[in-house]
Design a protein around this ligand. Structure first.
Ligand code: AMP
Length: 397
């Protein structure tokens, strides 16, 4: 039997998990505990016999992890049948320090703790997941896989903000980029689908989910990416604004007396598609747009316009582009976003095939003679984390 990795993604009030076969990427089980700490938490577990869900009170991440272990015992697969060889943790921010996955020990925990100021919402939750997993699985090797790691190859001109030296040197203010696990996975898959060496390819990868980011990948290496010091910069997202004039912040403080926390919350949780049209679910917006709702139409137009600007910018950064790759919820499912964004880019050698684009399970959606291939590739961050975890643990010469 091949090696299985328990992949854990701990959020501030949630714990997602998947038991992944490292060779095939198949999930032997997966699940989600949400609303941890609230009076009614929910636990969804998908095992060999299908899906079970329970509403119960789960007070802490430790209780959540115990509930996960119980679900495996009750609904399977049993840890006697499928042996977990390691635990892989998604960690959002690795700062400038981590360009690769790292075996978790006390030193790593201390280093990730030092990075909390850069990701105050995410890293503490990830650390809590690590703490609990180490406590309940003390004999298993545990590996941290960072969202930022793939982008540590950005050149200085791409990662440096034009701000005073002291900001950059003393406070870690720079572009780090996120969704790295997804961009790495999708890039490798694109090479496989194209039957080419990843090292020979220039790609623009568009991860369009609740969070959205674009990355320019040259020879398998990230050379430019849209998210910045935090996941707020760049594309229009479900609830995040993406790019905006940084002086708006000062304006809101000066003119309206808003606090920093209020602005931060609004830009992260009340902006993006939700801010424009009152809804961050793209399916909902698509339905409303079809019914002629002008707010949904504007949200769609802004979303595609921003995306188009990034494609143009990254085309220029790369010089030549072999493929544009769409992934994640919106990227995989919205033929409308793909069509609207790419229309008008024919002079850049980008030719979308409408019939292929509208196929229910599209892969290659460009015309056969399009100089730039356009692909739709499902991402699989859990498999990527499992693979990177196993690769780190493999004995090396
Ligand atoms: P993700 O973060 O990858 O799970 O993506 C979530 C986003 O994808 C949400 O905005 C969903 O509404 C959107 N999404 C999922 N399925 C579809 C679909 N069939 N059509 C349009 N958007 C979708």
């Amino acid at each position: 039997m091949s090696d299985h990795v328990l992949v854990i993604n701990a959020g501030s009030s949630s714990l997602k998990y998947s038991l992944i076969d490292g060779a095939s990427g198949e999930a032997a089980a997966s699940g989600l505990v949400e609303r941890i700490g609230e009076p009614e938490s929910r636990h969804l577990h998908r095992g060999p016999d299908g899906e079970t869900s329970a509403t119960l009170k789960i007070a802490s991440h430790e209780d959540a992890m115990r509930a996960v272990i119980s679900a495996f015992e009750e609904y399977g697969p049993s840890f006697d049948d499928i042996e977990i060889v390691a635990i892989g943790h998604r960690v959002v921010h690795g700062g400038s320090r981590f360009a690769d996955p790292v075996l978790i020990d006390d030193e790593l925990v201390a280093a990730v703790t030092e990075l909390v100021p850069l990701a105050p919402l995410h890293n503490p939750a990830n650390l809590e997941g690590i703490r609990v997993a180490r406590q309940l699985f003390p004999d298993h090797p545990q590996v941290a896989v960072f969202d930022t790691a793939f982008h540590q190859t950005l050149p200085p001109e791409a990662y440096t903000y034009a701000v005073p030296l002291e900001w950059r040197d003393d406070h870690g203010i720079r572009r780090y980029g996120f969704h790295g696990t997804s961009h790495a996975f999708v890039s490798a898959e694109a090479a496989r689908v194209l039957g080419r060496d990843l090292g020979d390819l220039n790609l623009i990868v568009l991860h369009l989910g609740n969070g959205c980011s674009a990355t320019a990948v040259r020879g398998g290496v990230s050379v430019e990416t849209s998210m910045g010091m935090t996941p707020l910069e760049g594309l229009v997202m479900g609830t995040r604004s993406g790019d905006l004039d940084p002086a708006i912040h000062a304006h809101l403080v000066r003119e309206l007396g808003w606090t920093v926390d209020k602005i931060d919350r609004a830009l992260n949780h009340e902006s993006g598609l939700k801010g424009i049209a009152g809804d961050n679910d793209f399916r909902e917006l698509t339905t409303r747009r079809s019914a002629g709702d002008p707010h949904a139409q504007l949200a769609f137009d802004i979303y595609c316009h921003r995306l188009k600007k990034y494609i143009g910018a990254y085309y220029a950064v790369l010089g030549t582009v072999d493929a544009i790759v769409f992934t994640a919820g919106v990227g995989q499912h919205s033929a409308g976003v793909r069509a609207t964004t790419l229309t008008g880019l024919e002079r850049l050698g980008i030719h979308l095939d409408p019939a292929r684009n509208n196929h229910p399970t599209p892969t290659t959606i460009s015309t056969p003679d399009s100089p730039v291939t356009i692909l739709v590739i499902p991402t699989n961050e859990e498999w990527q984390i499992a693979r990177e975890t196993l690769a780190l643990l493999e004995p090396h010469d």
